[in-house]
Design a protein around this ligand. Sequence first.
Ligand code: 6PG
Length: 244
Amino acid sequence: MEREQLMTDTSRTRIVPHAFDSGEALAAALASDVAARLAQAIEARGHALLAVSGGNTPVRFFEALSSADIAWDKVTVTLVDDRFVLPGSPRSNEGLAYRHLLRDKAAKARFIGLYSPADSIEQAAQIAGERIASLPLPFDVLVLGMGPDGHTASFFPGGNKLAEATRSDATALISTMKAEGAGEDRLTLTLPPIIQARTLILHIEGAAKKDVFAQALQDGPAEQLPIRFVLQSALSPVQLFWAP
Ligand code: 6PG
């Protein structure tokens, strides 16, 4: 089947398209790509840092990656963002990672969550920020998703801290976020640790998201389609993984 052509021209960050005929084929290829990059990082620096997004799209990718034969005991996994809910909640990205990624061979990885049972989300953000700051940044691999509203991480249109969290000179590593489209209050990496990743991957599936991505590549306010904050300032090419 003729692979869909993906729009990849943007005046700023280079987009490297990887298009697949199915979500299954994408998951296998993305898992193999990420595993190879983690192994290279371990080879080069003795450890590897991986940050992943939650939601529904990554499940097949997580399960394929969990069986990769790499030195998982030298890998630290964290989250790009999470909902401010207990890890046992079905809405928790930490719970999603434990169910689908931190199993099989990948069970040996160290996991650093963003959630903590603090008295407030601000206090949890402080704790999460200290945890991320203790890691040997930059991330070796960071995998973003994108919502149909063009959000990525927890950079939602109308988010109460969208401007602050997406400053390219933000000093905080973690921000809280409240937004109508977000459901629960969120904890999210800010823009700098995302765009500084050695390998930045955007994993989206479905025609609707392809159209939103194409729109995001056009000039326009990043606040309207917050994936634009990444597309306009990523320091490395964005590896776009897409399937119908
Ligand atoms: C989250 C994610 C978020 C996700 C998009 C896409 O917590 O929801 O981190 O940024 O990548 O919402 O989610 P779907 O894959 O479910 O469409």
